[in-house]
Design a protein around this ligand. Structure first.
Ligand code: LLP
Length: 471
């Protein structure tokens, strides 16, 4: 176990640039893939397929890399930073413990995520609670467990949290989630003045009334009026799978401006600014993830410049990476079933053959291709093959034509039923967005470390399904 405070190089795991696989992935002499010293045949025999496989050392290394890179960059400009692991990407008791052991805190977005973080022994003070529609029960549980920050998302919620805090005789620590008009994701960011989405309170005037306060300023002022609330700071999350740091810098500048405006108005200079998550990863061979060292330095130097321009001291910062910590650490191991060549084209188009390779899972264990058109990389991992590669599409076993796991990938032409197939970089938002569609059983989450595997979340059973069904 690594102590939280222990200094380590802030580099990403060796070999992680340009590959979507975790750093513990190797091809053995017989061509079979190994993860952290465990062969895929053994994983399949011990745990069945499909299974989510998580490389523990890789997760820990990425958690450390983010923490150390941000700590160093923000220390260099004279302030501190906390890294919250965004549990929505994948949260199990063991995963929350790993995050904590690597010096991260945990960001939760529901009562369920909060329950898992608490079960893992994460102190409430190191947990954040998000949500645009938190229930009274969730808020009450946050109070009961001394949750360190509740991120408020609406004016109505400010009053609800304040009233509940009065009832309970507590002072609730809150941040305000603001929207800056900066939206990022993929390779670029856009900045728009208007917001038309459910999260946060806009820093821009959305009102026809001249000189009206922005919703964000209104929220901050309202919190300051309520003695049962302690205003910790301002929160901004701009998007996900971001590969260009400019968006973070633009949003941070807008937040610091709002903070300075609040200080000018009230004399209250809030202590913290949270810049959310969204750090992008490589999903395909050749793609390059956002480098934590580079992005941390860019953001730190940019916020230092903005704070100097505004004449305000820097706040303490926090960030909430999820995907960048667990995405590349995970892969999904499937068994191949039906293999079917389909001739595509005609009507003037040159016909070509696409090999449909069906696996024993699909959109229920990874909804991202169907939901976002997300691309993934797959390989046949149980053996080597000299067969010429053919254009393939990996599909699931659901009764839906959009049940695609990998839209397009070259697989050996001799791919056949019984082969093991792995999809890379499924650690984030795979298990956490899994469903029971077609009453498939959700796969287990299996951790691999130092040549041994262990089940973190067991495979669902038909008894689980029937147990929920009250007949
Ligand atoms: N903090 C907040 C407030 C968030 O809303 C999110 C993600 C994160 C942190 C973590 O973002 P990350 O570092 O993992 O990008 N299901 C989608 C992603 C939705 C993310 C929603 N919020 C996907 O599969 O791509």
């Amino acid at each position: 176990m690594t102590g939280a405070g222990q200094a380590r190089p802030a580099a990403l795991p060796a070999g992680s640039a340009g590959t979507p696989w975790s750093s513990g992935v190797r091809r053995a002499d017989d061509g079979a893939l190994e993860v952290a010293g465990v062969g895929v045949a053994e994983l399949a025999a011990d745990h069945g397929t499909p299974s989510y496989i998580v490389d523990e050392a890789d997760f820990r290394a990425r958690a450390r890399a983010y923490r150390i890179a941000f700590e160093a960059a923000f220390a260099a400009v004279g302030t501190g930073v906390d890294v919250y692991y965004a549990g929505k990407a994948l949260l199990t008791v063991a995963v929350a413990r790993w995050a904590r052991e690597e010096g991260l805190r945990v960001d939760t977005a529901s009562g369920g995520e909060l329950a898992v973080a608490l079960r893992a022994g994460v102190p409430g003070s190191e947990i954040g609670l998000h949500g645009n529609n938190k229930s009274d029960t969730e808020i009450g549980r946050a109070f009961d467990n001394g949750v360190g920050r509740i991120i408020v998302d609406s004016l109505a919620e400010i009053d609800r949290i304040a009233d509940l805090a009065v009832e309970r005789g507590v002072v609730a620590p809150v941040m305000v989630r603001v929207t800056t008009g900066v939206h990022a994701g993929g390779h670029e960011y856009i900045s728009t003045a208007h917001e038309d989405q459910k999260f946060g309170l806009s820093v821009n005037l959305a009102s026809a009334v001249p000189d009206a306060d922005s919703p964000a300023m209104t929220a901050l002022l309202r919190i300051l009026e309520r003695p049962s609330l302690k205003l910790l700071g301002i929160h901004s999350h701009i998007g996900s799978q971001i590969l260009d740091p400019d968006g973070f810098e633009a949003a941070a500048a807008a937040v610091l401006e709002l903070r300075a405006a609040l200080a000018a108005r009230t004399g209250v200079l809030v202590e913290e600014v949270d810049l959310g998550g969204g750090y992008g990863i490589a999903y395909l061979p050749g793609e390059v993830a956002l480098d934590p060292e580079r992005v941390a330095k860019d953001i730190a130097s940019s916020v230092a410049d903005v704070a100097a321009r505004l004449g305000t001291p820097l706040p303490r910062f926090s960030i909430e990476p999820g995907r960048a910590i667990v995405g590349p650490a995970g892969m999904t191991l499937y068994s191949v079933g039906t293999v079917k060549p389909v001739t595509v084209g005609g009507d003037g188009e040159e016909p070509f053959t696409r090999l449909y390779v069906s696996v024993d899972g699909g959109m229920s264990d990874n909804i991202r291709p169907a939901l976002y058109g997300a691309d993934y990389h797959a390989e046949i991992v149980g053996r080597s093959s000299d067969a010429a590669p053919v254009l393939a599409r990996v599909v699931g076993k659901h009764c839906e034509s959009g049940d695609i796991v990998v839209h397009q990938v070259m697989l050996p032409g001799d791919v056949r039923a019984g082969d093991l197939l792995a999809v890379a970089a499924t650690g984030a938002y795979g298990r956490s967005m899994a469903s029971n569609y077609n009453l498939l059983l959700r796969p287990p989450v299996v951790a691999v470390r130092d040549g041994a595997s262990r089940v973190l979340v067991r495979r669902e059973t038909e008894e689980d399904l029937l147990g929920l069904d009250q007949g």
